[in-house]
Design a protein around this ligand. Structure first.
Ligand code: SF4
Ligand code: SF4
Length: 279
């Protein structure tokens, strides 16, 4: 049976696919978006986060200096992120709330990280969920192997496909992958007539420029996709960078104002998209 590193499971979510959902976050992502709100999801390995604010200095003068194991830590200041789970474990968690999915047109969403980097796991898990009548969504940035999208294009009920930077060189520099390579997965899904919602994070200084959004809008329109979700920048991930001992490129950047978000919405509405703000 296939296994994956599960970063987290979140029950009763009202985001990411409609209705009440269980979100399954798989760990590992080939991109390195500087704004990533879940930096602990990027490495395809179990890692330890250290939150100084929870440290009671029971064994060391600081959380960073502590040599204890995370299992010993009494406050959760030091916590392991990620756990190997097999397909049946995940399916068991997901099917527990089937009654709520049915009542609300909800279901299960695989997110990450990049869940498509765990294609073999998904190819085993998704048919099991579908056999229980559960709606399955996958949130992807297009960074999984092409064959994985080919294998799952008909299995997944809804694809939440994130696009970020349309300029190929800029995408390569900032994200670590070319726009055209990521976009080719979206083309493949649309050629198979898969249901897709495109999602765009609005990140000051990176994605949230008129030129970038117009370019993305025009490319997406050519694929006859009707719905766009715009995800305004927030600072929810800031503390996690510190806890992982990593630098955060968007430190101190203000959340986006409503007026600015609305002006970006206009770019997409003018082109005939249905636009939702937030996921
Ligand atoms: S065990 Fe936990 S609370 Fe105690 S010093 Fe180490 S990190 Fe801090
Ligand atoms: S694609 Fe998503 S998970 Fe991967 S680095 Fe970017 S924001 Fe983070």
């Amino acid at each position: 049976m296939e296994k994956a590193i599960v970063m987290n499971t979140q029950k009763f979510s009202l985001h990411d696919g409609g209705g009440i959902r269980t979100l399954i976050f798989l760990k590992g992502c080939a991109l390195h978006c500087p704004w990533c709100a879940n930096p602990e999801s990027q490495k395809r390995e179990i890692e330890v986060m250290r939150k100084q604010s929870l440290c009671i200095q029971c064994s060391a003068p600081s959380c960073q200096a502590c040599n204890q194991s995370s299992a010993f830590c009494p406050t959760g200041a030091m916590a392991e992120i990620g756990e190997w789970m097999d397909v049946d474990q995940v399916v068991r968690i997901a099917t527990k709330d089937a009654i709520f999915y049915e009542a609300t047109s909800g279901g299960v969403t695989f997110s990450g990280g990049e869940p498509m980097e765990w294609a073999a796991f998904l190819r085993e898990a998704i048919p099991k969920l579908k056999a229980e009548g559960i709606h399955v969504a996958v949130e992807t940035c297009g960074a999984g192997p092409l064959e994985a999208y080919e294998a799952l294009e008909q299995e997944v009920d809804l694809w939440l496909f994130d696009l970020k930077i349309a300029d190929d060189q800029e995408a390569q520099r900032v994200l670590g992958a070319s726009f055209e390579a990521l976009f080719s997965r979206l083309v493949l899904l649309r050629e198979a007539q898969a249901k897709v919602v495109v999602r765009i994070p609005l990140i000051p200084g990176y994605t949230a420029t008129k030129a970038n959004l117009i370019q993305i809008a025009d490319r997406v329109r050519s694929l006859h996709i009707e719905e766009i979700h715009l995800l305004p920048f927030h600072q929810y991930g800031e503390g996690k960078y510190q806890a992982l001992g990593r630098e955060y490129a968007l430190e101190g950047v203000n959340p986006m104002g409503k007026e600015e978000v609305e002006s970006f919405r206009g770019i997409f509405e003018e082109r005939g998209f249905r636009v939702q703000i937030g996921g």
